[in-house]
Write a protein that binds this ligand. Structure first.
Ligand SMILES: [Zn+2]
Length: 150
């Protein structure tokens, strides 16, 4: 069920916003990407097809709920959904609000950081600051939706 050498078995992987017996929703606490949220399956499984059909549906429902709340509260230009597990092979989904002015746009947040001039860096910092100011409202709305739909 749990693996002794797995980061997501041994640590929450971020700040836990909400959890039930099957999964947890965490603030990834990413310095460049405020609002970056992960949905982590509680048990140590690797792939979506390790889950039962009902479990798959539950996990995807929560991922999409996070997406919906990000759209409503943060109003990003795009939301990136990703499940890799190449580095930490423990089933988890990334839900990442993206803006056209963010440091990697339109590349994935895992791409090499493009160079940015001083003006672009200042604009990126301003964007981060604006999103940071919305984080509490986003997290409160997220927890309320999670609590009310389960
Ligand atoms: Zn694990």
């Amino acid at each position: 069920m749990h693996s002794a050498d797995c980061l997501l078995c041994q640590t929450p992987g971020g700040t836990v916003l909400w959890q039930n017996q099957h999964l947890r929703v965490i603030d990834a606490c990413d310095a460049l990407y405020p609002g970056f949220t992960r949905v982590v399956w509680a048990a140590h499984v690797v792939e979506m097809t390790d889950l039962s059909a009902a479990e798959q549906a539950e996990l995807l429902r929560i991922v999409l709920l996070v997406e919906a709340v990000q759209r409503a509260e943060l109003k990003p230009d795009k939301i990136n959904l990703a499940a890799f597990g190449n580095v930490v092979p423990h089933l988890h989904w990334h839900v990442i609000p993206r803006w056209q002015g963010d440091p990697h746009f339109p590349q994935a947040v895992w791409a090499a950081l493009p160079s940015a001039d001083t003006a672009a860096q200042a604009a990126q910092a301003a964007l981060r600051g604006r999103v940071q100011q919305q984080l509490n409202a986003y997290h409160q709305a997220l927890v309320a939706r999670l609590a009310s739909t389960l």
